[in-house]
Write a protein that binds this ligand. Structure first.
Ligand code: NBP
Length: 475
């Protein structure tokens, strides 16, 4: 029998996706550069389904039914190009090459264009959910041609997570669209994690609660509107005790957050597109600050408020923090969806944000009840100016006004950094402002660089003769 699909690259992600496919009854041809991985996979998991182990790229290609479907799960970057170069000459027009790695969408656009010339469908597919998701059902964001999706979609939908019976996989749009939305997904994930971490820090320092007590607070929050995978695992991590020392796990972990780069890409691209994703940017920068050991150690004795006394924040603070977290999260997600719309407009992808919210409800790291609210918002209005204006979110933001502002003020008083909460509130207030100080900035720009400005009362561009008699001229 010919295999329905092939997988090359059998490290943790590739192996688990291959097993997931096999467990769903598909014949899967498997291949890896180093042969031991192929051997191990079939030895350990061969009983889970029908695997066709292949030792060479030629063998793998020969094992596939036509048109061929080949999933590449290797390290992103140069390895992906090397694998494409290895396989493309063996493929025929109409075959499909799927890159399920964390590629930069610009690389995906380049690869798609090059392979299209050769008649091969290149599908850049974002895959979220980590190794467990890959095995049990990830959220899958495939880009590429509609024709390729018609042939691949049923297989991918089969192995994706399901929410209310709906697969967490949909065709996102042409060329780089899938990897672009996966990138923004990761950016949103950074922002969400940062906000949760700030909530933890504020509660711990403000209320003097122990990690175990805080685990209960987060577990409680997980039963309400914040219910999500990230809140759930936060409770798990806080509940953990270090076996070696008996101390809370979170206290024995070095406080330097690492990153692999998708959050940074999100912010870099947002800067290029001119989309203010301040929540994601602060999250990336907060990780950077945490990693500056030398700077932090040198600055430790800078003046600030005394450490808060246990319980200093007082009654109701936990509920205030919960509301502030919810409001800040709404802003961060709204910003992320703004970036997706901007990318879609820039590259002509026609991404359906509601369908995207629907496939993020399961399988992926940001899966949450919250995404159902986003899906509903887009169902009611497919092209809102901002998600903040959807009635459900506007109501939540209205309810959070007092708590959100109290928490940001309290954080400043206590000297507890809350960049995510603060920037979300600042963005919100900037949108609400009737007048922004941008007018003053235009004045400054005109003063030193004759950059001109517009007026509120007349059309046209104007310049004031700042170094002359300060009369206004029409530019
Ligand atoms: P890795 O990212 O660690 O990559 C290891 C695989 O790449 C091995 O199969 C290795 O083969 C292969 N490879 C390399 Br490295 N260079 C190669 C080359 N020049 N030619 C052929 N094969 C080469 O694996 P992973 O953690 O399973 O992730 C796979 C992809 O999925 C990555 O792009 C990753 O970013 C993405 N991803 C990962 C996660 C996650 O949670 N880990 C989640 C979502 C997406 P070898 O065995 O011969 O060295």
């Amino acid at each position: 029998t010919q295999a329905r699909i092939g997988v090359t690259g059998l490290a943790v992600m590739g192996a688990n996706l291959a097993r997931n496919l096999a467990r769903h009854g598909h014949v899967v041809a498997v291949h890896n550069r180093s042969r031991h991985r192929t051997k191990t996979l079939v030895e350990e998991h061969g009983h889970e389904g029908a695997f066709v182990p292949c030792e060479t790229p030629e063998e793998l290609v020969a094992a596939l039914e036509r048109p061929r479907r080949l999933l590449v799960m290797v390290k992103a970057g140069a390895p992906t190009d090397a694998v494409i170069e290895e396989f493309a000459p063996l493929l025929e027009p109409g075959d499909m090459l799927v890159d399920g790695g964390n590629a930069h969408f610009a690389d995906t656009r380049r690869r798609e264009a090059a392979l299209r010339e050769r008649g091969i469908h290149f599908v850049g597919a974002g895959v979220s959910g980590g190794e467990e998701g890959a095995l049990l059902g990830p959220s899958i964001m495939p880009g590429g041609s509609a024709e390729a999706y018609a042939a691949l979609g049923p297989l991918l939908e089969d192995i994706a997570a399901k929410v209310d019976g709906v697969p967490c996989c949909t065709h996102i749009g042409p060329d780089g669209a899938g990897h672009f939305v996966k990138m923004v997904h990761n950016g949103i994930e950074y922002a969400d994690m940062q906000l949760i971490a700030e909530a933890y820090d504020l509660l711990r320092q403000g209320l003097g609660l122990s990690p175990a007590e805080l685990a209960e607070v987060f577990a409680e929050w997980d039963r309400g509107e914040l219910s999500s995978y990230l809140i759930e695992i936060t409770a798990e991590v806080l509940r953990q005790t270090d076996a070696a020392t008996g101390r809370p796990f979170v206290d024995v972990v070095a406080d330097r957050a690492e990153q692999k780069g998708t959050g940074r890409w999100t912010v870099q691209i947002a800067l290029d597109l001119g989309v203010p994703v301040s929540g994601i940017a602060e999250a990336v920068f907060a990780r950077a600050v945490s990693g500056h050991a030398e700077l932090r150690s040198a600055a430790r004795d800078l003046p600030g408020p005394a450490a808060p006394a246990a319980g200093a924040a007082g009654e109701g603070f936990a509920e205030d923090v919960r509301q502030a977290l919810h409001a800040s999260k709404i802003v961060a997600y709204a910003q992320g969806f703004d970036q997706i719309r901007a990318g879609s407009d820039e590259y002509g992808w026609d991404v359906d944000p509601g369908a995207l919210a629907a496939i993020w409800r399961g399988g992926c790291i940001i899966r949450a009840a919250f995404l159902d609210r986003i899906r509903e918002a887009y169902a009611a209005d497919p092209a809102p100016v901002s998600l903040l204006l959807a009635p459900y979110f506007t109501d939540a933001l209205a309810r959070a006004q007092g708590p959100w502002r109290r928490v940001v003020a309290r954080a400043a008083e206590l000297g507890v950094p809350a960049p995510g909460f603060s920037t979300a509130l600042a963005y919100y207030d900037a949108l609400r402002a009737e007048r922004l100080p941008a007018a003053l900035i235009q004045g400054q720009r005109d003063f030193f660089g004759a950059h001109t400005y517009r007026r509120v009362d007349r059309e046209g561009a104007f310049h004031t003769l700042w170094s002359g008699d300060r009369t206004e001229t029409e530019a």
